[in-house]
Design a protein around this ligand. Structure first.
Ligand code: DGL
Length: 296
């Protein structure tokens, strides 16, 4: 055990890969989520950057992250980021709202300067908020997310800054990510909980015109979600938004663009049993996926 800057204690095996220990050759874009949710972002990233190589990591063994403490989400996310850096990624996308709201800032400010100031970790919340203005007709935004994301108030803070006249009504959906992780997204139980949470959200503000799916697991529940919202409400597709934002980022940062290998491959890693992951990922991605189990 060692102490990190900031006084947090971590296991030694994930400790401080010194910059010289990290591979310097170009590598894939790392995409991280607590589990399956990040696949909804990955699919859009692959479409936007068809030549790029990707390395997907789902921490399924420890998902869902949504009700975990700030410190735990930070520690788990940092372990994943370090792992992806050691695998040769120079850029990691936190394709997870919970990790983006609870761990991103600490990793950027506290850890990257020590790990390697040249590597980058980007999240999904800022690009989503930037896109809200173009989608909303009346400035009434609804947010569904994990308890962690909603409690962090990351969306409230960013929306207040970007669009002072907008209102945000949010609902912490305790079970949605767990339902997806349990591969029950199409079950009557899923429909029941989606209905109940959306009712509660629209009671807070019946005038919601745009709905942010503030958890990357939620597009896997899209059929149930559509059944329970008024038809005129727009749903923000976080995958497309994040992909467009990454394309723009790479255009503005050619030095990072040059560190991405382009062989049009994607490797899938999970901390849980690989067969279950491969099955769901195959269904969702629409082509055969063979995941590898790893330990963080
Ligand atoms: N997919 C994640 C998110 O976007 C996390 C879901 C969870 O693990 O609770 O928030």
């Amino acid at each position: 055990m060692y102490a990190r800057p900031g006084g947090v204690i971590f296991k030694s095996h994930s400790l401080f890969p010194h910059p010289t220990m990290l591979p310097s050759a170009p590598g894939p874009i790392g995409v991280f989520d607590s589990g399956y949710g990040g696949l909804t972002i990955l699919r859009s990233l692959q479409q936007a950057l068809p030549e790029a190589d990707f390395l997907y990591l789902g921490d399924n063994a420890r998902a869902p992250y949504g009700s975990r403490s700030f410190e735990t989400v930070y520690r788990f996310t940092l372990e994943a980021v370090e792992y992806l850096f050691r695998q040769g990624c120079h850029l990691v996308i936190l394709a997870c709202n919970t990790a983006s709201s609870k761990a991103l800032r600490s990793i950027q400010q506290r850890n990257l300067p020590v790990l390697d100031p040249e590597r980058r970790v980007l999240g999904v919340i800022r690009p989503t908020v930037e896109a809200v203005g173009a989608h909303s007709s009346g400035g009434h935004i609804g947010l569904v997310g994990t308890p962690g994301t909603v409690a962090s108030r990351s969306y409230d803070i960013e929306i207040e800054k970007a669009y002072p006249g907008f209102t945000l009504a949010s609902r912490a959906c305790k079970l949605w990510a767990a339902i997806v992780e349990a591969r029950e997204a199409d079950s009557p139980g899923a429909d029941y909980f989606v209905d109940a949470d959306l009712k509660a959200l629209f009671e807070k503000d019946p005038r919601i015109d745009s709905l942010i799916l503030g958890c990357t697991h939620y597009p896997l529940l899209i059929d149930a979600i559509r059944r329970h919202i008024p038809p005129q409400v727009k749903i923000l597709s976080q995958g497309d938004i994040v992909a467009a934002s990454l394309v723009d980022y790479l255009r503005r940062h050619p030095e990072m663009d040059a560190k991405i290998t382009r062989g049009a491959t994607t490797r899938y890693l999970t901390t849980e049993e690989a067969t279950a992951f491969s099955e769901l990922a195959t269904l969702f991605m629409g082509h055969p996926v063979r995941a590898t189990k790893i330990e963080l």
